[in-house]
Design a protein around this ligand. Structure first.
Ligand SMILES: [Zn+2]
Length: 317
C-alpha cells in the first residue's frame, strides 16, 4: 500500500520552508575514519564549514582518547577554531568526566549528549543499560545547564540495533522525552546503522510525535542502504525541519559494524534546495570544502552530489 505522503503536494508554505542542516562531519565523520586527521586540518575544516552558512557545526568529542584516538586533540581543536557569530559549535560529551574536560577549556558553550534506544547498543557503547545511562545523562545535562551550556540530545539506533535487532518505537519515544525533560533544546533521532526505510521510520516517528512536538526533533540518517533521503522526506512530511549530515559523507559509527556513512551534506542540500527549502547554506561552497579536505587530508571521499557538482565546476575552468 502506498502511504499518503507519496501523493501529497510539494509546495511547502513559506512559514514551513526553513530547514536547519546540522553539520557533523568534523565529529561524527572523523571519529569513524581510520586515518588521524592533523589538528590544523580539522580546525580549517570547521572554519570553512562555518563560512558555508551552517548555524550548527559540531566540532569534536570529549570522549577518552583510549576509545576514539582520532579526536584525541579535542582541547586544541576547540581552542583554535574560529567562532562565527550566530553559529553554534557543540562538542559531544559521553559522561561527567567528558563534561568536566569540556568545561575546563572555558570556550565550550554547547554540548551534545547521547543515549541509545536499545540495551544491547548502550551496553556495548557506554557499558550501561538505557535506564542507567539516562540517569547519568540527566545529571550531566543539569550540570551543563547550570553552567549556561546548551545541551543537544542524540538517540542512537532508533530503528534497528546491530545487537538487539528491531527497536521498539515506544523506547525511542521514552528516551527522547527523558532527554527533553532533562533540558535538551532538541533531540536528534539517529538511525545509526542506516537500516531504516520509509515504513519503519514512519512508524517510529508517529510514535515519538505522540509524545513530543516536531519542533523539538532533528533526524540523523546513515546512508548504508541508500535510504537516507527517502527517510528525510518522511520526516519532513511529519513536520520535522532539522537534519544532521556530514560533509563528503564522512564517517559512520565506530561501534556499529557496517555503518558505512552519514548522509552526505551535499546530497541533503541538493535535495532540500530542489524541494523549495531554505537552509542558508551555500551548496557549492560545501562542495569546494569537500574538495579542499580531500586534498589537504589525503582522502578521496565524495558524495554523489559533490562528485557531480565538482565535475561540472571543473569543466567550466
Ligand atoms: Zn552519524
Amino acid at each position: 500500500m502506498l502511504t499518503k505522503w507519496i501523493l501529497s503536494p510539494r509546495n511547502y508554505s513559506t512559514a514551513a520552508n526553513r530547514f536547519r542542516v546540522v553539520e557533523v562531519g568534523a565529529r561524527d565523520g572523523l571519529q569513524a575514519e581510520k586515518k588521524f586527521v592533523p589538528t590544523k586540518i580539522k580546525v580549517e575544516l570547521i572554519d570553512r564549514l562555518s563560512a558555508c552558512g551552517f548555524s550548527t557545526v559540531e566540532t569534536t568529542s570529549f570522549v577518552s582518547p583510549k576509545w576514539i584516538p582520532q579526536l584525541a586533540d579535542h582541547n586544541d581543536v576547540v581552542a583554535q577554531h574560529q567562532r562565527f557569530p550566530g553559529v553554534a559549535y557543540p562538542v559531544l560529551v559521553p559522561n561527567s568526566a567528558g563534561l568536566k574536560n569540556a568545561m575546563a577549556t572555558g570556550v565550550v558553550d554547547e554540548i551534545a549528549v547521547f543515549a541509545a534506544a536499545s540495551d544491547g547498543f548502550s551496553k556495548k557503547n557506554v557499558n550501561a543499560t538505557v535506564e542507567e545511562s539516562l540517569k547519568k545523562l540527566i545529571e550531566v545535562t543539569k550540570t551543563a545547564l547550570d553552567a549556561n551550556i546548551r545541551v543537544r540530545g542524540y538517540v542512537s539506533v532508533v530503528v534497528g540495533c546491530p545487537y538487539d535487532g528491531a527497536v521498539n518505537p515506544e523506547v525511542v519515544a521514552r528516551v527522547t522525552e527523558t532527554l527533553l525533560a532533562a533540558g535538551c533544546y532538541e533531540v536528534s533521532l539517529g538511525d545509526t546503522i542506516g537500516v531504516g526505510t520509509v515504513n519503519t521510520v514512519s512508524k517510529m516517528l508517529d510514535t515519538v510525535l505522540k509524545h513530543v512536538p516536531a519542533e523539538k526533533l532533528a533526524v540523523h540518517f546513515h546512508d548504508t542502504y541508500g535510504q537516507a533521503l527517502s527517510n528525510v522526506l518522511v520526516s519532513i512530511e511529519k513536520g520535522i525541519r532539522a537534519a544532521d549530515s556530514s560533509v563528503a559523507g564522512l564517517g559512520g559509527c565506530p561501534y556499529a559494524k557496517g555503518a558505512t556513512g552519514n548522509l552526505a551534506t551535499e546530497d541533503l542540500l541538493y535535495f532540500l534546495r530542489g524541494n523549495g527549502f531554505e537552509t542558508g547554506v551555500d551548496l557549492e561552497k560545501v562542495v569546494e570544502t569537500a574538495k579542499w579536505f580531500n586534498l589537504a587530508a589525503g582522502y578521496d571521499k565524495w558524495s554523489r552530489v559533490g562528485a557531480a557538482i565538482s565535475a561540472k565546476m571543473e569543466k567550466k575552468i
